[in-house]
Write a protein that binds this ligand. Structure first.
Ligand code: NAD
Length: 249
């Protein structure tokens, strides 16, 4: 399929997990992709893996600090220089933590908010200017099932994802007239490295109450991003699409 032919996408947190699955799905659908990671080393590793799959993939990697406006500006300019445009931004990088409120250090709360919320704002703001000038674009955010139900520890993470949903809805309303669509995908328990490392027993306990009876695969989450990034979703904006097997945490 060539659903994104001729489009350029930036995917933050694109070095592994859900982000890397999105990068692969976008490349396989004809997009040019810039994957952003936290360290040069992990960016290089991801690029090497992709080039091994297909040496002709139009993909580059960068590692700006995502909540730093100057570094993000510079990185997005490099993407424009390399590929000529910026049509799709996927704000996917995120961190989770399960600290109890009784011990939660303000600096740890701030760290989660800095990546999960501030960087979504900074990257969206930078992309918005470019997309408006270009005549349109798509911004997609990775939310989470905890943005609907909360979670019984680590309040920063669900709070950050509630904020992501709020930003999604608000920016969709603000930028619709500029032909910029803004949507989010809210994954449930997804088989990334972190989950794959859990003991079998714990995985069983986590997946037992999920109506579809299993966790999701990163590729299934990436399919939702592909749909929302493509023209198949041309009249969809401001939604948070759950991809969670109807799980309720
Ligand atoms: P992961 O830990 O496998 O990957 C996280 C990605 O974010 C990596 O590419 C990493 O380089 C990047 N990243 C981490 N810290 C960063 C920083 N400070 N600056 C820049 N990049 C940084 O995680 P994942 O499970 O693939 O999660 C991706 C997104 O999906 C996150 O937003 C997460 O909240 C969300 N999510 C995951 C699940 C799940 O079950 N895995 C469920 C719901 C939502």
């Amino acid at each position: 399929m060539d659903l994104l032919k001729g489009k350029t996408a930036v995917v933050t947190g694109g070095t592994r997990g859900i982000g890397l699955a999105i990068v692969k799905k976008f490349l396989a659908n004809g997009a040019k992709v810039a994957l952003l990671g936290s360290r040069q080393e992990t960016v290089d590793k991801a690029l090497a893996g992709l080039k091994e799959e297909n040496s002709n993939y139009p993909v580059i990697g960068l590692c700006p600090a995502l909540s730093n406006p100057e570094q993000v500006h510079e990185a997005f300019q490099k993407v424009k220089e390399a590929f000529g445009s910026l049509d799709i931004l996927v704000n996917n990088a995120g961190v989770s933590a399960r600290d109890s409120i009784y011990q939660y250090k303000p600096e740890d709360f701030a760290k989660v908010m800095d990546l999960n919320v501030n960087s979504v704002f900074v990257c969206s703001r930078e992309a918005a200017g470019i997309m408006k000038e270009q005549g349109g674009g798509v911004i997609l955010n990775t939310s989470s099932m905890v943005s609907i139900y909360g979670q019984p520890a680590g309040c920063a993470y669900p709070a950050s994802k509630f904020a992501v949903n709020g930003m999604t809805k608000s920016l969709a309303r603000e930028m619709g007239r500029d032909n910029i669509r803004v949507n989010a995908v809210a994954p449930g328990v997804t088989r990334t490295d972190m989950v794959a490392a859990l003991p079998e027993e714990m995985v069983k306990r986590i997946t037992a109450p999920i109506p579809l009876g299993r966790m999701g695969e990163p590729e299934e989450v990436a399919d939702a991003f592909l749909f929302l990034a493509s023209d198949m979703a041309s009249y969809i904006t401001g939604v948070t699409l759950s991809v969670d097997g109807a799980a309720m945490v």
